[in-house]
Design a protein around this ligand. Sequence first.
Ligand code: 26W
Length: 802
Amino acid sequence: MNIKPPFTKEKLKQLILLTFQNDMLIDPEHASDEAYYEALCRVTRDILSEKLQVFSAHNNARAAKKVYYLSMEFLMGRSLKNSLYNLNIQEAMTGALSELGVDIEKMYALEPDAGLGNGGLGRLAACYMDAMATEELPAMGYSILYEFGIFKQNIIDGWQTETPDYWLPGGSVWLKVKPDRTVPIRFGGRIEEGWENGHHWMNHVDYQTVYAVPHDMYVPGFRSDGIAILRLWKAQSPGFDMESFNRGDYVNAMGAASVSEAISKVLYPNDNHQQGKMLRLKQQYFLCAASISDITRRHITLYGTLDNFGEKNAIQINDTHPTLAIPELMRVLLDDCGYSWEKSWDIVTRSFAYTNHTVMAEALEKWGADVFRSLLPRIYQIIQEIDRRFCEELQQKYHYDQYDIDRMRVLYDFQVRMANLAVIACHSVNGVSKLHSQIIKDSVFHDYYRLFPYKFKNVTNGIASRRWLYQSNPGLTGLLLDTIGDGWLRDMPQLSKFSGFADDQSVLARLAEVKQENKKRLADYVLETSGIAVNTASIFDVQVKRLHEYKRQHLNALHILTEYLWLKDHPDADFIPKTYIFGAKAAPGYFLAKQIIKFICTLRDMIENDPAVREKLRIVFLENYSVTISELLMPASEISEQISLAGTEASGTGNMKLMLNGAITLGTLDGANVEIGECVGRENILFFGMTTPEVNALKAQGYVPADYCNKDDRLRRAIDLLSSGLEGQQFPDIANSLRYNDPYMVLADFDAYCRVQAQASDLYRDTIGWQKKSLYNIAASGYFCADRSIQDYARDIWGLYK
Ligand code: 26W
């Protein structure tokens, strides 16, 4: 691939200087690093903006079907480096800056992460923006411009504390505000209706208005003409209460404004757990109503009608969080445009598709009917009618009894069940890995699968591979360019060519060198941030993901404790040194998760205080794990811990980033691990533990965790220590949860986990053998590129390649 960069160094230098002179009114001679950062971002943004205009005009001219990706979360991370690389101007820009005496790495480091997401679901949305732009699809993402993203995690004495993430000072340079596209959103009030001269009339009265103001971020495709727009809505109050103000009641005068604007104040930090908070429901409707208004306006501008809306638009909802877009589009079609119910429903069901991202029961969204009705009276009526018609269909067409109907309908037990609404209204329901999509059909949505089997699909997740390889791992990128050329950059499956070098000793040696350099780079960061000097000859074993019991970070920690105790008993044993690296945020109200972090940190300190052990065994807890930290971490990793209980992790995407960088997966047969195993071959992955059917069988038979404790001295000893205390700190909640409940069967998989860990260490002794496995993992990771996932969506769900 020899694509000429679109700008020379000289041209970019000139653009930077012009920006200083004309837009920022700053003398470049005396500009600060921050000013340079801003100038650089502005230049980049303007280039993106110009490209976008060409791209949009082209799409509109050919009346292309549009894709809208609605998500409450987009975990974008940084934009500068990604934009420069995708535009293929990174070298020219580096040169331009260096002539101005500025180091580009310093510029990259100044950018805060746009952390508008919690974890997997939010990062997936961000990866898909990159892929949609690369594939040149006419795509927009919609979300909320949270003033505060995912909280900053500080670990104080082993306990997680949270501070607000105020990212806008450095992040807002990427946002282009579009005040003329502002949308009014209505909350509360009443519906008045009646009949007059044989006509039904209806009026929404006494509502409050909040304005949604769009702020756009541009995401360029990799060396393509595509640009995806991420439109983020900011809540703005319609003014302030003049009456209160005139009375001198300033608190109330300002109060109303701050209540409205609270809608886009902060991202809810829950992952896989719904709380049922009114403000969250407001956020969801705010996103949905603003986006539907925008999408329909854009469509009408092009076609002058909504008659063909369903043929020209595909709206993907990222989990159930944006499900209200469904009744909102119904409302627009029925009330604003005067379509019949049947025509409206036809348009809606052609447009919407739903992706499910979790099987956790506590993540299924339900809203109290009363709260819902008072906040969104018209939307509630529409949902009632959807529910009524669905019940009627089940009864009359399928002869279902009341028991079945009650399970499947939207409104039941004074609750509005969002997943039911999504499955009923969407033409497509997909899971995010083969296994997960099967589980959805077998259990979570089995009732619906029996009726509408054609709706159910799979799209295995993918990642923005270039971000974690080309942009983050220059050493490995260089090795790949030297061996297999650069075709893989735009076509990741071409990485398979790398397997042709599995017996080339010089390639294996270089691969080892690259890994060593990356480990050193990470070790420097760890030393700087935590004062711990890790042994770079040790195995870097990594578990990074949100903290959740089902992901079983405590299984990992229990095993480390067991290894520690073993080393104390066998001080002279031949032991491959290991560094266990964790990164994880816990939802602020999830106390057991916070205790697991404290457990890991206590264990870390206990080992660190023991000079006889710490060179062989060490724990690093990376504080405030983020997209940017992951870009440093993935290239340095050797073992990828993916140890969720089989049947619980929908896919996982960290597993893909680690594989791409040559880490070997040590995991259960869960989520996308199964497909990783299929691609890389059983000899190049370390599976352990129960399969999903075995888990189900054990549950059916009656799982008794105490049995495992009684059988296994290591387990009993470790769990007793949790109760009695490590370093004077007791963990009775963790111990009791494991002993008496163990919902995610940590004890049942413990022995298998210990064995596979030992196997990993043995394999590592064979340096060449290990490098070979690593090489095969890199070579097999092409399938997990988001470009492929997006092609799957475009073909199987969005109907774009017809
Ligand atoms: C309402 C609270 C809430 C918030 C977030 C419930 C559920 C969520 C997400 C669906 C949780 C999530 O991020 N799921 C993850 O999605 C990834 C992308 O598909 C998958 O790779 C992970 O396996 C899945 O846990």
